[in-house]
Design a protein. Structure first.
Lengths: 240, 118
């Protein structure tokens, strides 16, 4: 049976080392470049005609635009408009990464925790900076839960602060774990199909169902990652 | 169709569009983080991640503070407990369907308001 973990192996394609740091161009980086090129091509080519009545491709691009614009409007309000380019880029990058991972033989860059953590920490630090820039030290007021007696601040404030710091971790781990687990399940089921011979039709049918489920999860997790970023942004901008 | 009639039908259409927009705005203005219900495995994974992240961040913060202040291992012990509390709080909030904003009190109030509306 094929090793189910092997698909996550990082392979350097163009070995590169600068000052003792390995910055090789890897298979993960290749997929990221493909994703960026695909998204850029899709969005620029589809709206090239700038038709008032959109064609097939243009309306697809507009669906994505409307979806993220609506998400920002609902979760952040009109003050969130400024951050649309970032949120939109984030969503398209994660979504494309998840969906490219469903191409047989392709590498899923969102299945590496360092990639998702990199995106999560950018969101976290960015949101914290926005919060302090807009509210100054008043931003810290948010860590004391409203309606609680003042004497409980000693214990409640550290808990809320730890909860705040756990955000990038839960954000990163959720996306990474979902993608990794899904791909391992697919690989293991695929191994069963081969190993069981004629009886392999049973896991094969199951494999079909799980593949459909995985497409759903790929889209859902991109959505969850983006909407949580929006909610964190709401915190920083409005403080309730 | 004379011009008068055409005008009035446009006005009517305009009013209907505006009314529809207002309904839409009302529907979508009940605060951040209304989350769609997900599958059982998704919820289980979410809760466990929330809890573990709380504990891990608590231990990490305690460890770093200990290294900086030279109080090994007392702050790590303290922050392990606080991290556990934060993890339980996060998991509780996720399980009760509260939004992911900072502050338990505000989230509880918003949840109560949302349920009252329904």
């Amino acid at each position: 049976m094929a090793n189910p973990i092997e698909q996550f192996k990082i392979k350097p394609i163009i070995p590169l080392e600068v000052g003792g740091v390995d910055i090789s161009f890897t298979n993960s980086a290749v997929m990221m470049v493909i994703a960026v090129v695909l998204v850029t091509a899709f969005l620029t080519l589809s709206v090239r005609s700038r038709a008032l009545v959109p064609g097939r491709w243009q309306s697809m691009a507009e669906v994505f635009y409307e979806f993220i614009a609506g998400m920002l409007r609902e979760n952040v309000g009109s003050a969130g408009r400024k951050y649309f380019p970032f949120i939109f880029t984030l969503f398209m990058f994660v979504l494309t990464g998840n969906l490219l991972g469903m191409v047989p033989g392709a590498f899923t860059y969102t299945s590496h925790v360092i990639v998702t953590f990199g995106m999560a920490i950018v969101v976290f630090i960015g949101v914290t900076i926005i919060g302090f820039a807009r509210h100054g030290t008043h931003f810290l007021r948010m860590f004391f839960p409203e309606g609680a007696p003042i004497a409980t601040a000693v214990i409640l404030v550290p808990i809320e602060v730890i909860s705040y710091f756990s955000r990038p971790f839960s954000l990163a781990v959720r996306l990474f774990a979902n993608m990794t687990v899904g791909h391992i399940i697919l690989k293991v089921l695929g191994g069963f199909v081969v190993a069981l011979g004629v009886f392999g039709v049973v896991p094969f049918a199951f494999l079909g169902a799980v593949t459909v489920l995985e497409f759903g999860i790929a889209m859902l997790q991109a959505y969850v990652f983006t909407i949580l970023s929006c909610i964190y942004l709401h915190d920083a901008i409005h403080m309730h | 169709m004379d011009e008068q009639q055409q005008h009035s039908s446009f006005d009517e259409l305009d009013a209907r569009i505006r009314a529809a927009r207002e309904r839409e705005a009302e529907k979508t203005s009940d605060g951040p983080g209304r989350r769609a219900a997900s599958s059982g495995i998704g919820l289980g994974m979410r809760l466990s991640v929330e809890f573990v992240a709380g504990v891990a961040v608590g231990v990490g913060l305690g460890y770093v503070l200990d290294r900086l202040l030279g109080t090994t291992p007392w702050l790590m012990v303290l922050f392990l407990l606080l991290g556990g509390a934060a993890g339980v709080m996060n998991a509780y909030r996720a399980a009760r369907g509260m939004d992911a904003t900072v502050g338990l009190g505000a989230a509880q109030r918003r949840l109560a308001e949302r349920q009252k509306d329904k």
